[in-house]
Design a protein around this ligand. Structure first.
Ligand code: NAD
Length: 345
């Protein structure tokens, strides 16, 4: 029996909790402890696990419990402290993305994992979505020839559901860059490795927090770009997509279409590949199942390891700095042009 815990049962933690219930039908797993500082969320999560011990605070659970594993689904600014404390207890950790929000936190997590020897996986879930896995396999096998270009996009409504509105504080969420765009940045790294350079443009909400980023990544011979948007509106439907252009075919994915994935061959034919289907929650279920498969086999969760999650955080931290530089340059240019207009008048 694997005794596990879920810390933070808001939007994402509830999905982890539900996936664990489903997974417990085929694996010997039990959620033995749950923490959330909102009583309503805690009680709702406990409906699936009536025997679980309940805690109003993440650190209290970590201090008092004795578990084999834990899922950390707290707001991102609380990830590093909770994950490091869980590792110190000798627990294996499934940490939601972004692994953390700063270089200091990256160092803390890497050092603690190395010293404690536990297994840590980061919830970079695109690595487990069937459409993205299809693309990765097509690239790795070369079955459509060489990849010439890839464009990825992720668009969300303005994020309003977070606990104490933590998404709208860049220090707590890292903005759209570390929260949403990180998915595509991570997939780009998963597919192609580290880029040789990045070129970033961005827009911001009125308070200066980045809400749209467009990054071009330098890879020899391949045109690569990704856009992440937290729209200013409340209800625009969420959408995620990619278009990957190979020598012999173009592969398109649109999460809002059925079928979501198509292969447009150079000979004019169009294929709709059959994709593996998780019983619930798509890639979220698959990543959680993978984590427990790794624990059972005693192997590292290499597909989405802590080290990989950290390298992706380091890449998007660079992108965030570039996004602010881009906006600073733009506002200087706007000031200068309005001054020169005044002079001309
Ligand atoms: N993989 C994905 O696709 C995906 C999607 C959404 C969110 N996420 C990530 O999941 C994490 C959580 O996001 P969310 O959307 O669920 O946020 P949320 O605000 O809905 O949930 C966070 C929960 O943590 C609780 N909490 C806050 N402080 C606490 C504390 N000290 N102790 C115990 N509980 C505490 C809150 O009450 C809340 O229920 C974030 O890191 C986010 O980036 C990942």
């Amino acid at each position: 029996m694997i005794r596990t815990g879920v810390i933070g049962v808001g939007l994402m933690g509830s999905d982890h909790n539900t996936a664990l219930k489903k997974l417990s039908e085929k694996k010997d797993i039990q959620v033995a402890a749950i923490a959330d500082c909102r009583d309503g969320m805690l009680k709702k999560a406990a409906e699936l696990w009536p025997e679980a011990a309940l805690y109003p605070d993440a650190m209290e659970l970590i201090q008092k419990e004795d578990l084999d594993a834990v899922h950390i689904c707290l707001p991102s600014y609380l990830h590093a402290k909770a994950a490091a404390a869980a590792m110190e207890k000798g627990w294996n950790v499934l940490l939601e993305k972004p692994a953390c929000l700063s270089e200091e936190e990256c160092a803390l997590l890497l050092e603690t994992k190395k010293r404690t020897g536990v297994k840590v996986m980061v919830g970079q879930v695109l690595r487990f979505f069937p459409e993205y896995s299809f693309l990765k396999e097509a690239f790795d096998t070369g079955k459509y020839g060489a990849l010439k270009g890839i464009v990825l996009q992720r668009l969300s409504q303005n994020v309003l559901w977070g606990f104490e509105d933590w998404f709208h504080d860049e220090k707590k969420s890292g903005s759209v860059v570390l929260d949403l765009h990180i998915h595509d940045a991570d997939f780009v790294r998963f597919l192609l490795g580290e880029p040789e350079g990045i070129h970033v443009s961005a827009t911001a909400y009125e308070d200066g927090m980045i809400n749209q980023i467009l990054t071009q990544y330098d890879y020899p011979g391949i045109l690569v770009s990704a856009e992440g948007v937290w729209d200013i509106t409340e209800k625009i439907p969420f959408s995620a997509s990619f278009r990957a252009y190979f020598e012999e075919a173009t592969v398109t994915f649109s999460g809002r279409e059925t079928p979501s994935l198509r292969v447009w061959k150079k000979d004019g034919t169009v294929e709709e590949p059959q994709l593996a289907k998780a019983p619930i929650l798509g890639g979220y279920y698959t990543e959680i199942e993978y984590f427990y498969d790794c624990l059972e086999k005693g192997v590292e969760p290499e597909r989405a390891s802590l080290e990989e999650g950290i390298r992706t955080v380091q890449l998007v931290l660079r992108e965030l700095r570039e996004a602010h530089r881009f906006l600073d340059r733009k506002s200087w240019a706007a000031k200068e042009s309005s001054m020169s207009r005044r002079v001309v008048k």
